[in-house]
Design a binder for this molecule. Structure first.
Ligand code: ZN
Length: 261
């Protein structure tokens, strides 16, 4: 599933591509046809993101998209080819066309619906309005494992399975440690690191948690395993111990039990 950095990057790309244009909007698959008719010919102002939720902001209308496990976008130069497979929404701008396939959610949201949705989400480290205190209050008062709390979108919005493993490894925090045993200093470091890593993720459109000077090659030539420290890695780069993996919060977590106390 895409993590928050993918969605923010998508929002930036759509804003750059379509910002200020009146778009042709259609639903080749038909499941968004009524809404597409309402949006067709309307001005697209910009796209924005909160965690893993993407918003297409048209004048007086907002589309909420959650990609889920299977959703994806495809971009074509105009004139676009015929829609391939089940295309929920096709957006045609002056130069390019974007197709949305298989989203978990794709709906029109009014302001009340938008406020309700966003109020359920925790602070998003990539947003300027994020208030880390909200996340600290939830983590510091919870007996749940920090590895589980980091996947909970109402605690911090945007962290997914790869980021949680990498962040906890870099901070030497065991994923099973209860939230209330995470110190304030550790939380502050966690928030700061999450902001940094997610910003790198937006810039390069991929998760990179290793030191790029140590990588010794251009990013474009690095395999995904070379860009990460612990996720799906066999051994710990720091101490050489085996990396353990197990189910935590319904997803597989990776950690070094020598380094992560
Ligand atoms: Zn280790």
């Amino acid at each position: 599933m895409p993590e928050g950095h993918n969605i923010h990057r998508r929002a930036q790309d759509l804003t750059e591509m379509f910002g200020g244009q009146k778009l042709i909007v259609m639903s080749p698959q038909g499941r968004f046809e009524k809404q597409a008719k309402q949006l067709n010919g309307k001005q697209f102002n910009d796209a924005s993101a909160h965690g893993k939720h993407l918003f297409l902001n048209f004048s007086r209308s907002r589309v909420h998209i959650h990609l889920g496990l299977y959703g994806k976008f495809r971009t074509y130069d105009n004139p676009p080819q015929e829609p391939q497979g089940a295309v929920r929404v096709r957006l045609i701008g002056s130069q390019e066309t974007v197709d949305l396939h298989g989203p978990n959610r794709c709906e029109l949201l009014d302001n009340t619906g938008y406020q309700k949705l966003v109020s359920r989400l925790g602070p998003d480290p990539l947003r300027n309005d994020a208030d880390p205190e909200v996340a600290w209050k939830k983590i510091s008062s919870s007996r749940a494992a920090i590895g589980t709390l980091l996947l909970n979108q109402s605690v911090i919005a945007g962290i997914g399975n790869v980021f949680r493993a990498e962040i906890l490894y870099l901070l030497k925090i065991n994923p099973e440690r209860p939230g209330h045993q995470v110190t304030r200093a550790e939380f502050d470091a966690l928030w700061k690191l999450t902001v940094q890593l997610m910003q790198i993720g937006v810039k390069h459109n991929r998760i990179i948690t290793v030191d790029r000077k140590q990588l010794g090659k251009p990013l474009s030539q690095a395999k995904s395993s070379e860009r990460l420290n612990v996720y799906k890695q066999p051994v710990c780069h720091r101490c050489g111990a085996d990396i353990y993996y197990w189910e935590l919060g319904a997803r597989t977590i990776y950690a070094c039990d020598q380094c992560q106390v």
